[in-house]
Design a protein around this ligand. Structure first.
Ligand code: SAH
Ligand code: SF4
Length: 342
């Protein structure tokens, strides 16, 4: 059975050609898949019954299922999505009351090999890469389920997108061309895979690059992120400068705030120094406690003090709104629970 989701217009045309239907039919099918987000060929109501029948014999809209769905009191929806081989990833839809934006937080891999000590996904180990169709199916699933159109995408679910770069770039292209989501409305978050950051710099990527820094020096960062031993923070600094030079784009620095560990005044000053010559905004993320770790979320006062010091150094700083805290909508948590329950 052919799966239509993930196909571009030319690919859909080759199918309608095979059924001796016009190119306009292909356009209609394409629109039903990406804009109206139907779940079944029979819902494509402006196509004749006869054509729908023929198409249904050889094709289906999707082969992806919603395994579980949790709705938070703040409107965040978290899905566990199941692919035909039984593997699952999480996808989160975030809405912000004051804006029309609908942001999908997508996964790029099943599990993750980077193994950060604070992350629930890391604890599950690496299982496999997602192909580009599996990545875009996450956004289609949200659109089909809610009847809404996603406007922004962040690669902040499970996995390290820069360790599956070919599929991520192909998905980016489809988000852009077929979903009509602007490149600048897409953010890729990485733990700092330096050679791949260089590659994106050379491609002059116009999406936003978010870098999970989480610590201001080698010693603290190595405690949180084993990748620090392979791609150390001083080399990362060079790569980020080069990225800004080549792309002209401002980077987002992500920094998880962990109580008594990386949230001190000294840490803030050291971070300000580190970022001094890098064109970036800083996003402070209150640590979301994962059951198996010793880390605790920073106190509000410490977050505010940290923010103030960075702002004083000239950076724009935001504190990430906590979304879906009541449904464990942090990186990897749903999958972790599900695996434990089985
Ligand atoms: N692998 C990529 C993208 C996925 S993780 C990366 O690490 O950047 C997306 C973001 O969620 C990262 O900044 C990650 O550090 C953060 N994160 C992971 N576990 C978290 C937790 N328990 N609480 C808060 N943020 C977390
Ligand atoms: Fe992987 Fe990102 Fe989790 Fe680290 S924080 S283990 S890189 S998903």
């Amino acid at each position: 059975m052919i799966v239509l989701a993930g196909m571009n217009l030319e690919e859909i045309e080759s199918i309608t050609d095979g059924l001796k239907a016009s190119k306009f039919h292909a356009k209609q099918v394409h629109n039903w898949i990406y804009n109206k987000s139907v779940s079944a060929i029979d819902e494509m109501t402006d196509l004749s019954k006869d054509f729908r029948g023929k198409l249904s014999e050889i094709a289906t809209v999707t082969d992806t299922k919603i395994k579980t769905k949790q709705v938070s009191s703040d409107g965040t929806i978290k899905y566990l999505i199941e692919y035909p081989d039984g593997e699952c990833v999480e996808t989160v839809l975030m809405r912000f009351d004051n804006r029309a934006n609908l942001t999908a937080c997508v996964s790029s891999q099943v599990g993750c090999a980077v193994n950060c000590s604070f992350c629930a996904t890391g604890k599950c180990g690496f299982i496999r890469n997602l192909n580009y169709k599996e990545i875009i199916e996450q956004v289609l699933t949200i659109q089909r389920d809610t009847g809404l159109k996603v406007t922004n995408i962040v690669f902040m679910g499970q996995g390290e997108p820069l360790l599956n770069l070919d599929n991520v770039l192909k998905a980016l292209d489809i988000f852009n061309t077929d979903f009509q989501i602007g490149t600048r409305r897409i953010t890729i978050s990485t733990s700092g895979i330096i050679p791949r950051i260089d590659e994106l710099a050379n491609l002059e990527l116009q999406s936003t690059l978010a870098v999970s820094l989480h610590a201001p020096n080698h010693k603290l960062r190595a405690e949180l992120m084993p990748i620090e031993n392979k791609y150390p923070i001083d080399k990362l600094q060079q790569a980020l400068k080069n990225y800004v030079d080549k792309t002209g784009r401002r980077i987002t620095i992500e920094y998880i705030m962990i109580k008594g560990f990386n949230d001190t005044i000294e840490a803030a000053k050291e971070l300000a120094m580190y970022l001094k010559n890098i064109k970036c905004n800083v996003n402070l993320i209150p640590y979301n406690s994962v059951v198996e770790t010793k880390y605790k979320k920073s106190l509000n006062n410490d977050v505010m003090q940290f923010k103030y010091i960075l702002e004083h150094s000239g950076k724009k700083v935001t504190v990430r709104l906590e979304r879906g805290a009541d449904i464990d909508a942090a990186c990897g948590q749903l999958r972790g629970k599900n695996v434990l329950n089985n």
